[in-house]
Design a protein around this ligand. Structure first.
Ligand code: ATP
Ligand code: LTN
Length: 337
């Protein structure tokens, strides 16, 4: 039993409760989470502390944390196999973040493209948390001796920084942290906005730009009908020249498994309208069962609270082990109660 557990990989990933989850979150990350749940007790965390790097309405944030958890359950994550919890419930995340911040360089953080992008979009609130965001993410991951981190392509740079911090720390203090690897899906790692296909689909953008996992079928169809394409009227994959059409093709590939060449062949002589209808059908087929399950689970507040509390307790136990080791290695004064 022990040997078997050791052969399995430790998985950790996080998602921000910063809005309504999108098709990008689903295809790029959440689907992998569900596939990986047979590995050793994965931890999936609603990262509410990360969400505070941009202004949030307290009541809405509180609601979105529980709603995000309900959605994870509706997607098929089993709370017995996975540790599902809220980041602010496990204080070890913030604590390790401070410690790792002392091993991270300003230069490294200034190179992060997500920081540059968000600083531009929130020019009136370029706070220190936005800048040190990747250190908290590194803490999330390293706290649990994580082997694999299922993420979309946009998070690759943060994961590389996490690895650099872990290696730097290990070089100074011996083998303290497992050096994690990214797990990025081959198809759909970067789903683009449907109104501006040169940008990543993001839940903090305007509503028309994304398909939400909880969008009703008619909303999905309406949004996709208006998806930005090009004026060539030919279906083939070329993300540079045809970002809109290529994005629709990638979504179809990710949801149905039909490869890009086969899609291009099948749509020869057909218009973009047909492609959009098929993409909408595939989205509705994938998302409808999740929506029904979500409504059921979301209504059961007591169950959600219990899953969250149980997850936080299990995560805290694991976090404590790593933190004790880190304190000792750093030379922080031991204390006994
Ligand atoms: P925001 O847009 O508010 O910054 P986000 O959706 O980018 O949020 P998270 O909710 O924390 O950020 O992302 C959760 C996971 O979804 C991450 O692993 C991220 O890489 C992935 N993801 C987010 N957007 C996309 C996308 N458009 N395509 C593929 N994966 C994505
Ligand atoms: N930074 C990620 C969310 C995130 C995360 C993590 C992902 C925070 N902590 C740990 C994987 C592992 C984002 O913006 N999508």
């Amino acid at each position: 039993m022990q040997a078997n557990n050791e052969a399995k990989k430790r998985i950790f990933s996080g998602i921000q409760p910063s809005g309504i989850l999108t098709l990008g979150n689903y295809i790029g990350a959440l689907r992998s989470w569900v596939q990986l749940q047979e590995e050793a007790e994965p931890l999936y965390c609603v990262v509410d502390l990360h969400a505070l790097t941009v202004r949030q309405d307290p009541a809405a944030l509180r609601r979105r944390c529980t709603d995000t958890l309900a959605l994870l359950l509706a997607l098929g994550l089993d709370p017995k196999k996975n540790i599902l919890y809220c980041q602010s419930h496990v204080s070890g995340h913030s604590e390790l973040s401070w410690l790792l911040g002392c091993f991270t360089y300003m230069g490294e953080l200034s190179r992060m493209t997500q920081f540059k992008d968000k600083a531009q979009r929130h020019a009136d609130n370029i706070n220190a948390g936005l800048f040190t965001y990747p250190v908290l993410m590194a803490a999330d991951i390293l706290l649990y001796q994580t082997d694999l981190v299922p993420i979309g392509a946009d998070q690759k740079q943060h994961l590389e920084l996490t690895r650099d911090i872990a290696i730097r720390f290990n070089n100074l203090y011996g083998d303290v942290f497992t050096v994690p690897e990214a797990y990025i899906p081959k198809v759909g790692a970067r789903i683009m906005s449907i109104t501006d296909p040169t940008r990543k689909m993001s839940k903090s953008d305007e509503e028309a730009s994304y398909i939400a996992i909880l969008d009703e079928p008619e909303v999905i169809r309406r949004k996709l009908k208006r998806a930005v394409t090009d004026s060539e009227a030919a279906v083939y994959f070329d993300p540079e020249k045809k970002p809109g059409v290529s994005n629709l093709m990638s979504i179809l590939y990710a949801l149905t498994g039909e490869n890009l060449e086969a899609i291009a062949n099948r749509f020869q002589g057909k218009g973009y309208g047909d492609l959009k209808t098929e993409v909408a059908d595939a989205c509705v087929a994938a998302l409808s069962p999740v929506q029904a399950e979500y409504k059921r689970i979301q209504a059961d507040k007591a169950y959600l609270e219990q899953v969250m509390a149980d997850g936080a307790q299990r995560a805290s136990r694991l976090a404590f082990k790593t933190l004790s080791k880190v304190h000792k290695k750093l030379g922080l004064a031991p204390y006994k109660l």
